[in-house]
Design a binder for this molecule. Sequence first.
Ligand code: FES
Ligand code: FES
Length: 160
Amino acid sequence: MTQMFEMTVNGSIEQVEARASLPLIYVLRNELGLTGTRYGCGLEQCGCCMVLIDGDPAYACTRSMESIAGRAVLTVEGLGTAADLHPLQQAFLDEQAGQCGYCLSGILISAKALLDRKPNPTRAEITEALDGHLCRCGAHTRIIKAVGRAAALLRGEDPA
Ligand code: FES
Ligand code: FES
């Protein structure tokens, strides 16, 4: 049995009909066309499905639609665009942090949550914030460096 749910996604109000127990990721990808949120394990083990819900990181692969009703969701599509990159996206490009890129949507989201509450994180704090993410390409070192670079950009400092 399905029902209507209303939520805000990347600043737009969306109404979708879905089963209450349906994980959010299926609505994002299949109903709203937001395929930047990736499916990996479905078990809260890899982090590639990470979105922000009311500003906090959450696994879209296990969050049910009934737990999302009335809340604000941010996906990687809400971060920036190709023509207007978010500083995190610019920093990941500058540091060539992506290889296959499959993990990066979720990592960018967790990094945004970190920088929103901690503008000048230490390397240890960045590592801890990304602890829930796997990168099968082993790009961790560049990813951590890119988050530090983004933090500097957001503070208005020269990251060089
Ligand atoms: S797909 Fe959600 S944590 Fe892996
Ligand atoms: S860049 Fe390939 S999984 Fe991370």
